[in-house]
Design a protein around this ligand. Structure first.
Ligand code: NAI
Length: 251
């Protein structure tokens, strides 16, 4: 992919799942990668997988809902690798399930804090660093839950709709200065997040597969690779877009 070699990329939620795949792909394409996550053990394993393969990566323990952590994450990228070109703001949680009338306030606050305020915190810290580096590209992880509703997941759905709004607004504000901003909207992808809900409700997964024209759920690489492509110069005229990758589920 064009423009990734020798670039500097941050991946939040890079310890497992989609983020881990994207971090590995960024490194395979020649970028230096900052893996940022609350999960230290798996984050260090992601970094080891990259460095064992001859790539360059650093882990930074980061809670994306915490402004100071996020500022330190960006500072680490700039101090360690000399600037910031790309960010995949991907950390997220599903939260508890239950109808909107039953959702506890604590669950609403935590899901919005991580999924929506987390993306806001990241973009606010990353954009000035990218402008300093002469431009850049941001990809935020929304979801098909950012496009349509899902019963039982009102905080998650609200947070992901919000990520798409933030993405569009930042794209309008900063694309003229050389920072493209896009979102990615995965369907159901086989990651630890989905494996947890699959254990709770295996029949639900069969329903999802049956409702998906491609007849299967997705793999983390099918999202991570697309995020890296959106950052690359191969997507140089793409901004403000929310790319649905779901095997046709919401078609
Ligand atoms: P995952 O659970 O494997 O990965 C999420 C990562 O985010 C984990 O490494 C976790 O430790 C990290 N994380 C959680 N809270 C954090 C915080 N406060 N600060 C920093 N890191 C934090 O799950 P997956 O599936 O890879 O999720 C990645 C993103 O993709 C999430 O935003 C999720 O909402 C989104 N997504 C996932 C779908 C799926 O079917 N797996 C579908 C649509 C969207």
């Amino acid at each position: 992919m064009k423009g990734i070699q020798d670039a500097v990329a941050i991946v939040t939620g890079g310890s497992t799942g989609i983020g881990r795949s994207a971090a590995i792909r960024f490194a395979e394409e020649g970028a230096s990668v900052v893996v940022a996550d609350v999960n230290v053990d798996d984050g260090e394993q992601t970094v080891a997988a990259i460095t064992d393969a001859g790539g360059e990566a650093t882990f930074v323990e980061t809670d994306v809902s915490d402004e100071a952590d996020v500022e330190a994450m960006v500072e680490t990228a700039v101090e360690t690798y000399g600037g910031l070109d790309f960010a995949f703001n991907n950390a997220g949680i599903e939260g508890e399930t239950g109808s909107a009338s039953e959702q506890p306030t604590t669950n609403w606050e935590r899901v919005i804090d991580v999924n929506l305020k987390g993306v806001f915190n990241c973009m606010r810290a990353e954009i000035p660093a990218m402008l300093e580096s002469g431009g850049g590209s941001i990809v935020n992880t929304a979801s098909i839950a950012g496009v349509v509703g899902f019963p039982g997941l009102s905080p998650y759905v609200a947070s992901k709709h919000g990520v798409i709004g933030l993405t569009k607004t930042a794209a309008i504000e900063f694309s003229g200065d050389g920072v493209r901003v896009n979102a990615i909207c995965p369907g159901v992808i086989e990651t630890p997040m989905v494996q947890r809900s699959q254990e709770d409700s295996p029949e639900q997964m069969e329903q999802v597969k049956a409702a998906t024209p491609m007849g299967r759920i997705g793999q983390p690489e099918e999202i991570g690779d697309a995020a890296v492509w959106l950052c690359s110069d191969d997507a140089s005229f793409v901004t403000g877009e929310s790319l649905v990758i779901d095997g046709g589920y919401v078609t």
